[in-house]
Ligand binder design. Structure first.
Ligand code: SAM
Length: 229
């Protein structure tokens, strides 16, 4: 008779804005885990207190993950169950998590990733652009490698998804015009699941025009770009 191997690391997505988007399973797992690894203990602390969950929290972020991953693996081997959360959305999606998952797999530690909130899925669906096949680019490099990346992507035929900051949105769309052409279709989603959620769709030229007319860009942004025809 086979005995089920217990999961020792749970990857737990958290809301990207609307707190109602946490799943029942996510709440249960956060209640059951021995330790919750948080990208920012203050940010996650607020969510956990809203959920009435009090657990030991440990920082796990881009700047310490390389130093602490071995220690987490040895604690897992000693029987500790961890849940990993990031500030918002799904850990390991433009957030820390990949390194820990890889080390768990190398050490034959069972992991589970709960389905849950992530910004790119609603942005892709709301774009009205082909969603049967797409590439997720996340954040483009700011300086080194940016042009090479854009050149490479100019030949991509699948829908392309980018994360972007509001400060860089206009500059990025202007660069897109240069590399992909003014007539390429694009969709900009802002503040998904929040009070001021909005999506602007059109050609790059039209979307740039609409956004420029609105004035200052605020909030969190996902850009979805049509692939090359
Ligand atoms: N792990 C997250 C996920 O699963 O989507 C992504 C984290 S990444 C550090 C943060 C970026 O995700 C933001 O700069 C923005 O591009 C995008 N994002 C997060 N929340 C968003 C929201 N509510 N609306 C639009 N974009 C969002």
């Amino acid at each position: 008779m086979s005995v089920a191997i217990p999961t020792q690391l749970y990857i737990v997505p958290t809301p990207i804005g609307n707190l109602e988007d946490i799943t029942l399973r996510a709440i249960r797992i956060l209640k059951e885990a021995d330790v919750i690894l948080c990208e920012d203990t203050r940010t996650s602390g607020r969510l956990l207190s809203h959920l009435g969950i009090s657990k030991p929290l440990q920082s796990y972020h881009t700047f310490n993950e390389h130093q602490i991953v071995t220690n987490i693996i040895s604690k897992i081997k000693d029987g500790t169950t961890f849940a990993l959360v990031s500030d918002a959305g799904t850990p390991a999606i433009s957030d820390p998590g990949f390194l820990l998952v890889r080390e768990c797999l190398r050490n034959e530690i069972k992991i589970e990733c709960l389905p849950g909130p992530t910004a790119f899925v609603p942005a892709l669906v709301k774009s009205g652009l082909p969603s049967d096949s797409f590439v997720f680019e996340g954040f483009l490099p700011h300086k080194k490698g940016r042009q090479t990346r854009l050149k490479l992507l100019s030949e991509e035929s699948r829908t392309i998804i980018f994360y972007e900051s509001p400060m860089r949105l206009i500059k990025t769309l202007e660069q897109f015009k240069e590399y992909f052409g003014a007539e390429r279709l694009v969709s900009v989603s802002r503040e998904l699941s929040k009070l001021y959620e909005e999506t602007v769709n059109g050609t790059i030229e039209e979307v740039l025009d609409k956004i420029n007319k609105k004035g200052e860009v605020r909030g969190e942004i996902v850009i979805v770009l049509s692939g090359k025809e």
